[in-house]
Each structure stands twice: as structure tokens, then as C-alpha cells.
Design a protein around this ligand. Structure first.
Ligand code: PLP
Length: 416
């Protein structure tokens, strides 16, 4: 195990934890070469939506590899990207008219921030301040760490992170304080407010109501502050609707999508924006070009996978699966409600979470690695955020598989 030269993400190799070698995946399950099975209760880090190796997405990838693998996207284009952009614009609210592709959630957020700052720069009223919500997570690049919560996971780089305005999280009963703080911050003419709509993922699956999201959007509109929705995690059905903003009737100026964009099969991201943001860069003056690119921008194979994802949304009963999973999650959560060791049971759409009462709260709680190991030994892939355990499975998970996940969590409370 220690012979491997691979340096894994968010992994302390010094702890010597085993690293299972996965050979194949199907539906909600992962398998090693010996036939051992794990239920993927966190959708392989929130990306797999319909299930692993969905036949339609796999077929689309195979077909695309026969035609066009990769193409420079500056000044050239291809059918999979054109189809995908048109379809994304069709299924999102009318004011969103342009699609800028990149290759990860972090890059889609970097693009959103650069678009927002570019907007103000190009209309001749430069603004540089970004407002963020407390406990946010938007990625692990220097820019996206800057707009995220500061903590042990980014302490080494803190001197490099740019300053932002932080709005308190709208905890229950304190929503008005959040809105008042946003109102006050917006009057200082910041460039943009970036937010994870309805649920803060990496921050601990913190849920807030749709009316607060709608109010935050209205405040930004009133003050002419660009509103950026980071739907990288929330998009593609996780919260019960295709996009979280749908539940609040919110139309952002800029939207970031990734993770489930290809059904979770292959990396791709897109940043959607409105006419004013695009038009601020539209000119015969080359100096006003939006200077951003990744080598693999709009990779044709990834776009083909995303088009297959959109076909699945169109042709298969995806919403019905999401509704059924949401109901099943609610039922399992209810079974834990009376357990004094599980606090704040909460759910938004298909995502369910509880906080386990442990002596050492926080991200470095020793509970997390012990639960990960316990679940791994019991055929379940879990990865709590500190002492917050969440279940976010692919929508195809079978009732008995979901029951095994929750049985494992309950058993872990007794065992640990
Ligand atoms: C995962 C995530 C990101 C970063 O996406 P990557 O593809 O890991 O770069 C950004 N924002 C949110 C809300 C996320 O959950």
C-alpha cells in the first residue's frame, strides 16, 4: 500500500489508512477485483446522480470517441458543445443566455468571479469586493478558497487569500440579521455576492429556507450587486428540484454548474450568465476579451456525456426517482430522530444529515475517520464532515441498499 506513488486528495497518508482499490462500479455500488461491494452513499463526492456507469452516458462517451476527442475552443467549436449550451440555456430561466465551459467546480467559480469583476471593469466602474456567506465552500484553488470559509484546511495559504465581506449564515431565527448584514454590505458597492443556494455542502450540510435565498437575491438586485449562485453541488436534482434556485424562484446573474452536469461520469463545468455580463465583454476592442481558458474547455467527450445526462432528464422518470429517494431519506431520518446521540436531523431533497454528539466537535473530530473505517468495513462508503454525517446517494439506490447505509450509521453509534 505504501509503495504507491499516488498522493490522494484530502488524505493524511501518515495515518496509514487502507485505500481500497476499486475495479468497477454500477448503479449505487462500487466493487473491487475480489468482488467486495461498497454502497456509494455519497455519490463519489457528490457527482454521481443517476448511478455509476449509466448505459446511456457510457454509450454517448463511446460514440463521441469515434468522432472527435478534443478541440481548441478559442475560435473553434463542435456540435456537442453547441447542443449542450443551447439545451442548458433552454432549461434555465430566460435571462441566462450565455454558457462558458470549463472543467471543474472550482474553475466554474473562478470564471464566475472573473466575469463579475470583468463586468464592473469593462463598464468603467471597477469594483473588487466579493461578498460571501459564512461557512461557504466554493473550491480549493486560491481564488475559490478566498471566497470560502477559513479553517484548518486552508490555513497554510491564508496570507495569499484575498479579503472578502462575510455575511453571517442565516441560522433559524436569525435570518433577519443575515439579510440586514447583506443589505448593509451591499450599500458599500461590492462587485458580487456568491452563495450556495439552500444548502451549504462542505460547510456541514447547513440548510436555510428558500425565502431567505429569495430575499438575498432581491437585496442584491436592489443594490445592483451581481448575484452568483454556486449550484456545483446543489444542481441536477440533489435538493429535490433540478436546481436549488428553482425552489426560491431565484434567477441569478451568474450560475456555476459541474459535478452532476455529466451525470458524474467525466469532468465538465459551465458558468452561465446574463446578457449584461456578456455584453460588458462584447466589443470590437480586443482588450475587453474575457481572458480565461483551460486546455480542455468544452471537451467534446465530456460535452457528449452531458448531453446524454440531459436526455436522461428528458426521457427517464428522474424527478420521480428523486421524490422517492427524498421520501425514503425522510423515513430513515425519522428513525434517528429520537436518538439523543444524533442531533439536528435535517434533509433537503435527497440529502439527509445528522450531527453526531462527540466530545471533540469540529473538522478534525476523531469521529470522522473512525466512522469512515467502520462504514468501509461494513460495505458502505461514507465520509462525514467533522461530526456531521450525511447520506447523498445516487438516485438509483435500491431501498435495501439505502437501508444498509442507515443501519450502518446506527450501528456505528453503538460501536463507536
Ligand atoms: C465541490 C464544490 C465545488 C468545487 O468543485 P470541484 O469540481 O471539486 O472543483 C465548488 N462549489 C461547491 C458548492 C462544491 O460543492
Amino acid at each position: 500500500m505504501n509503495q504507491s506513488p499516488v498522493w490522494h486528495p484530502f488524505t493524511q497518508h501518515g495515518l496509514g489508512d487502507p485505500t481500497p482499490l476499486i475495479d468497477r462500479a454500477a448503479g449505487a455500488c462500487l466493487y473491487d477485483a475480489d468482488g467486495n461491494r461498497w454502497i456509494d452513499a455519497i455519490s463519489s463526492w457528490w457527482v454521481t446522480t443517476h448511478g455509476h456507469a449509466h448505459p446511456r452516458i457510457m454509450a454517448a462517451i463511446r460514440a463521441q470517441t469515434e468522432k472527435l476527442d478534443q478541440l481548441i475552443f478559442a475560435g473553434w467549436t463542435h456540435e456537442p458543445a453547441e447542443t449542450l449550451a443551447a439545451e442548458l440555456i433552454r432549461i434555465t430561466p430566460a435571462p441566462l443566455t450565455r454558457a462558458f465551459f470549463s472543467d471543474s467546480g472550482s474553475t466554474s467559480v473562478e470564471v464566475a468571479l472573473k466575469m463579475a469583476l470583468g463586468y464592473w471593469y469593462n463598464i468603467g466602474e471597477p469594483r473588487h469586493r466579493i461578498l460571501v456567506l459564512e461557512h461557504s465552500y466554493h473550491g480549493d484553488t486560491i481564488g475559490t478558497m478566498s471566497v470560502g470559509e477559513r479553517g484548518v484546511y486552508n490555513r497554510a495559504w491564508q496570507p495569499l487569500l484575498f479579503d472578502v465581506g462575510t455575511i453571517p449564515f442565516p441560522h433559524e431565527g436569525q435570518e433577519q440579521a443575515t439579510l440586514d448584514a447583506l443589505e448593509a454590505a451591499c450599500s458599500q458597492k461590492p462587485a458580487a455576492f456568491i452563495v450556495e443556494p439552500l444548502i451549504l455542502g462542505a460547510g456541514g450540510m447547513l440548510i436555510y429556507p428558500a425565502w431567505v435565498l429569495a430575499e438575498m437575491r432581491a437585496i442584491c438586485a436592489r443594490h445592483n450587486v451581481l448575484f452568483i449562485a454556486d449550484e456545483v453541488m446543489t444542481g441536477w436534482g440533489r435538493t429535490g428540484t433540478r436546481f436549488a434556485c428553482d425552489q426560491a424562484g431565484v434567477i441569478p446573474d451568474i450560475v456555476c454548474l459541474s459535478k452532476g452536469l455529466t451525470g458524474g461520469a467525466i469532468p465538465l463545468a459551465v458558468t452561465l450568465c446574463t446578457d449584461p455580463v456578456f455584453d460588458a465583454h462584447y466589443s470590437t476592442d480586443r482588450a475587453r476579451t474575457f481572458y480565461h481558458s483551460s486546455s480542455y474547455t468544452a471537451n467534446p467527450i465530456a460535452c457528449a456525456a452531458a448531453n446524454a445526462n440531459l436526455e436522461i432528464w428528458r426521457d427517464e422518470p428522474v424527478q420521480a426517482r428523486i421524490d422517492a429517494l427524498a421520501d425514503a431519506q425522510a423515513a430513515h431520518l425519522a428513525l434517528l430522530a429520537a436518538d439523543p446521540r444524533a442531533r439536528s436531523p435535517r434533509r433537503l431533497g435527497t440529502i439527509a444529515a445528522v450531527d453526531i454528539v462527540v466530545p471533540d466537535n469540529g473538522y478534525l473530530s476523531t469521529f470522522a475517520p473512525r466512522l469512515i473505517a467502520f462504514a468501509r468495513d461494513h460495505g458502505v462508503l461514507l465520509r462525514p464532515l467533522g461530526n456531521s454525517v450525511y447520506v447523498m446517494p445516487p438516485y438509483c439506490i435500491a431501498p435495501d441498499e439505502l437501508a444498509q447505509v442507515w443501519d450502518t450509521i446506527r450501528a456505528s453509534l453503538d460501536a463507536l
